[in-house]
Design a binder for this molecule. Structure first.
Ligand code: AHM
Ligand code: MG
Length: 431
């Protein structure tokens, strides 16, 4: 169902493409109910939640629609789902963390936060050297989410294993040595997955980086301790192991010339906000983002790996480079090496972004839970496609099926972007 806040001027319907200039002019708004739609996203896939989308035909010229207002209106537009009110504080925490991270990244050349943690001595579970900012941004996000009181379990690129979100005086909690940082809590409603500073290898060169996040509901009946106060197995702490099609909210924050926060609440639409640094608020600047079915002729992939690619992929990339693909246009290459920046450009301009598996790294590099799935959620909400190495929908991949046993850090090949470009790439595998 769509709910519109209407007044005398042009109404912007959720899911409809809105000119950016339409978010202006002050006026009071009145709420009306619009026709019912099915619980499907723009890509035509079933959604977990059928949410009414708040619609803003008119907003204050000076303040605009802030992210906080959008989230509040989303909860208000869905009175039959009171649990959404609990997400307001979770989203406030994510928003505040992203503002803080933006500031930390921006000030890092002056504040001594560039470079490696421990002079290179700090390595995460995936064998990667951690940067000072990797660790600080992880703490910022983790603390912000913890203190909402709504979170049960958090999984992050910078944590070896998922961590519960609150200290607990429950019996047995102190003995629990499941990982160095495990703390237990029993009242969480949501679980979060995040990559606090994706693309951090770029950060010292002042190249765009980003935060990627996803929020799931905690599975029903999840209890860290059993009735005798004994610590259960990892069942609940692995509550983050859910497929992307169960995401309630997903999105990213891009730290670039401007800080942009792009998110989808429920997966039906995709909304883009820009941080107004002067007032410290994210303001809706890209309502109802839609990725063109065939946008600019751009491909985005690390070509240094092409010698180990599938021959089908090599054939496809070579064809579009030469102007011998379906469009007959010669494609150009854009690759930042920061997924958030590369995906943001792809959302706005169209084209295809990929991190394929290859002979050396069968599943590529990107992690399913906190990189591939939230990004696939966003791209589909904007009408694009996101598939893995066999052409399967990334959002349908069940992380508990992981044959590599990497758990929350499972990697998957990723291709996403304009539907026609992704379909064209897959067609080479069917020849
Ligand atoms: P990170 O999470 O350790 O920063 O790694 C993920 C990043 C992505 O942002 C980006 O798409 C990819 O790594 C780039 O990898 P490569 O340098 O192999 O092209
Ligand atoms: Mg990352």
């Amino acid at each position: 169902m769509l709910v519109a806040f209407t007044s005398s001027s042009t109404a912007l319907l959720a899911g409809a493409r809105a000119p950016h200039s339409a978010v202006s002019h002050a006026s009071a708004a009145r709420m009306t109910t619009m026709a019912t739609t099915e619980a499907k996203n723009a890509a035509g896939n079933e959604l977990l939640l059928d949410l009414n989308e708040p619609v803003f035909p008119e907003v204050c010229e000076y303040a605009g629609v802030t992210l906080s207002r959008y989230v509040l209106e989303m909860a208000r537009a869905n009175p039959d789902k009171p649990e959404l009110n609990e997400l307001v504080s979770v989203m406030t925490a994510v928003e505040r963390a992203c503002k803080t991270i933006s500031n930390l990244v921006r000030r890092s050349p002056m504040s001594g936060l560039t470079g490696l943690e421990d002079g290179g001595g700090s390595i995460n579970v995936q064998g990667e050297e951690q940067k000072k900012l990797d660790l600080i941004t992880n703490t910022v996000l983790k603390n912000a989410l913890k203190f909402t009181g709504k979170m049960g379990v958090l999984a992050s690129e910078e944590e070896d294993d998922p961590v519960a979100s609150q200290p607990s005086d429950l019996p047995g909690a102190d003995d629990y040595k499941w990982n160095k940082e495990v703390i237990l809590e029993e009242s969480g409603k949501y679980v979060a997955v995040f990559d606090p500073l994706d693309g951090s290898s770029n950060v010292d060169a002042n190249i765009p980086t980003g935060t990627i996040f996803g929020i799931f509901e905690e599975p029903e009946g999840c209890s860290v301790l059993n009735k005798d106060g004994e610590v259960m197995d990892n069942e609940c702490l692995t509550a983050t192991m859910q497929s992307g099609n169960k995401l309630v909210v997903g999105g990213y924050c891009l730290y670039s010339a401007a800080t942009e926060f792009v998110m989808s609440f429920g997966g039906k639409t995709c909304q883009g906000f820009t941080l107004d640094e002067q007032v410290g608020e994210f303001v809706l600047t890209k309502p109802n983002m839609q990725i063109p079915a065939r946008g600019k002729p751009i491909y985005s992939v690390n070509e240094a790996n092409r010698w180990a690619w599938d021959p089908e992929l090599t054939e496809y990339i070579t064809a579009i480079q030469k102007g011998e693909g379906e469009t007959g246009q010669q494609y150009t290459s854009r690759y930042i090496g920061s997924m958030v920046g590369d995906v943001h450009r792809t959302l706005l301009y169209g084209g295809i972004f990929g991190y394929p598996g290859d002979k050396k790294n069968l599943n590529g590099k990107l992690r399913l839970l906190y990189e591939a799935a939230p990004m696939a959620f966003i791209v589909e909400a904007a009408g694009g496609a996101a598939v893995s190495g066999k052409g399967e929908r990334i959002l349908d991949i069940d992380p508990t099926d992981d044959p590599t046993g990497r758990g929350v850090h499972q990697r998957v090949p990723v291709f996403l972007g304009s539907t026609d470009d992704v379909a064209e790439m897959r067609s080479y595998y069917k020849k």
